[in-house]
Design a protein around this ligand. Sequence first.
Ligand code: KIV
Length: 280
Amino acid sequence: MEPKKITISQLQQKKEKGQKITMMTAYDYSSANFVDQAGIDVILVGDSLGMVMLGYNSTVPVTMDEMVHHCKAVCRIAKSSFVICDMPFLSYQVSIEKAIENAGRLVKEAGCESVKLEGGSEMAPVVKAIVDAGIPVCAHIGLTPQTATKLSGFKVQGKDAESARQLIKSAKDLEEAGAFMIVMECIPEVLSARITNELHIPTIGIGAGKECDGQVLVYHDLVGLFERFTPKFVKQYVNLAPQIKGALIKYKEEVEAGTFPGPEHSFAMKAEEVSKLYPG
Ligand code: KIV
């Protein structure tokens, strides 16, 4: 029997029962298969794929077509994890109509259950419009990488009274607009704890401490596949890069030395079969 998909009401119940929600990014069939098999509640097809899969310097250049392409691969294998796909930069800011159209593409064409978009109170009308169109929305506040330049870089947000107050207001406005969950990136633990307590919907932290209702990390950071930089909030559970590089070097050496492929990797034929194939 096919495992059942996690639902929004199950995520909500987890918050209410004080059970932690797990979220992990995945961008392709193989990684999504591992994440789904591990029983992670939510897969986020994050626009971080622009950096870890496509080699861009930031998430800004990521396009709708790229998100659809990767999200489709994830949705082909995600049997029980609930799939959220990021809306890329400028796919939801230009107009409400465009935002609904693009969110619709991710759900209809790529097959995910929900979309995520970055921004605070100013994004509440967009969240409301997408939700009213029937598409669940996860919000994302704090450090919002798509607009990191406006925030003067990748810095912890909400450290002074005014920005902390604004983040609390944003979280409440986004909940009011209909967001079913909210990601909080790089904010002090004391602030994420307060927002988590004041909201009815679940909060998911990344660099926001342990008081959130759940946690998310980037898959490539967790397994050691992204070497360019490692943010402070990342815990690397395994470092696969040296093992993969070692295997590739060994393969190169064995091919060059003629020791791979061996007889166990080759297809032999009996002498009489060979003579039928090449008579005379
Ligand atoms: O794109 C992404 O992976 C994200 C997470 C860092 C939350 O938005």
